[in-house]
Design a protein around this ligand. Structure first.
Ligand SMILES: [Zn+2]
Length: 69
């Protein structure tokens, strides 16, 4: 049960974001993505969008409650 939860975003994680069709910045594939933050490059602000799995993995890597601080 725990192993499954580690690999798949729980429902409450998905509910925290608004999912739209777009490009995951990691997979570079058109899929359901959420805006997970912004990146400033050369004074331009780029919105980062990630798919369910990438967003979940990133959040777990950060070991914090939320990406949206
Ligand atoms: Zn992805």
């Amino acid at each position: 049960m725990n192993a499954l939860r580690d690999r798949n975003p729980p429902a409450e994680f998905r509910l925290r974001f608004t999912w739209t069709t777009g490009f995951c910045f990691k997979c570079e594939e058109a899929t359901q993505v959420a805006e997970i933050g912004t990146l400033t490059v050369d004074k331009a602000t780029v919105t980062l969008a990630a798919c369910h799995l990438c967003a979940w993995r990133l959040e777990r890597q950060h070991h914090r409650g939320s990406l949206l601080h």
